[in-house]
Design a protein around this ligand. Sequence first.
Ligand code: DGL
Length: 272
Amino acid sequence: MPAADAPIGIFDSGIGGLSVLRHVHALLPAEELLYFADSGFAPYGAKPESVIVERALAIAAFLLKLRIKVIVVACNTATAAAIAALRTHYPQLQVVGVEPGLKPAAALTRSGKVGVLATAGTLSSDKFLKLRQQVSEQAQVEFLLQACNGLADQIEKGETASPETARLVQRYVAPLVAQQADTLVLGCTHYPFVEALVREAAGKGVTLVDTGDAVARQLERVLRQQGLLCTAGDGKVSAYTSGSRSALMTAFSRLLGLQPTVEAVAAAVAPA
Ligand code: DGL
């Protein structure tokens, strides 16, 4: 049984999970957070599920050595591909995943058409297909799916406002709005960092759905249920990356205004 003052592990294919970490840090300011950016292997979006499962298991093993009490899979693609494998391999570990916010979007839409922006991997996964079917059975909603190839790459490069990224966002968002979607789901944790571009491309009257806050609240519920909520810690944040240390430091500072200690992890520590 882990201790309540043990850290929370959070990982993503890269810096996208920072859009989840910011909500966790705001809601649970006393919790110690360990963030793992698998930027050396990003993007996950077009990789076979078996590769993502391997990465997720290796990252969980790495974080477990650092004695985490729970792991947050802050990546829609990795949740869809690997959450079942994580639960099977580490039955003692609490696992919290993310999924595109189809349910909140179905409650918000007035036109009955919801656009879903996500990676090709998420949109073609069994987990997503089941979710879509389940929500469609409960609500009269048409989901328009849009795989955003290359968008997470642009965000990894730090290009959250460049003309090239704006063109890419416009290319993905315009057809959804043209088909009367009035609600857009940000179904990849990287995309909240280009929210301004999505809003600009979508125009007025379109609502965006991001589940970062809901994931933080779900994490709080899980910790409370397990008696693992920490209320007296100092909220230290540390980070690890399989990619560039300076790129992750820059991303933390630019996107969240945080300056955690960042360590580059050799491929041998988190094997491919
Ligand atoms: N941030 C990830 C997600 O939520 C994946 C981006 C990628 O690596 O392709 O799906």
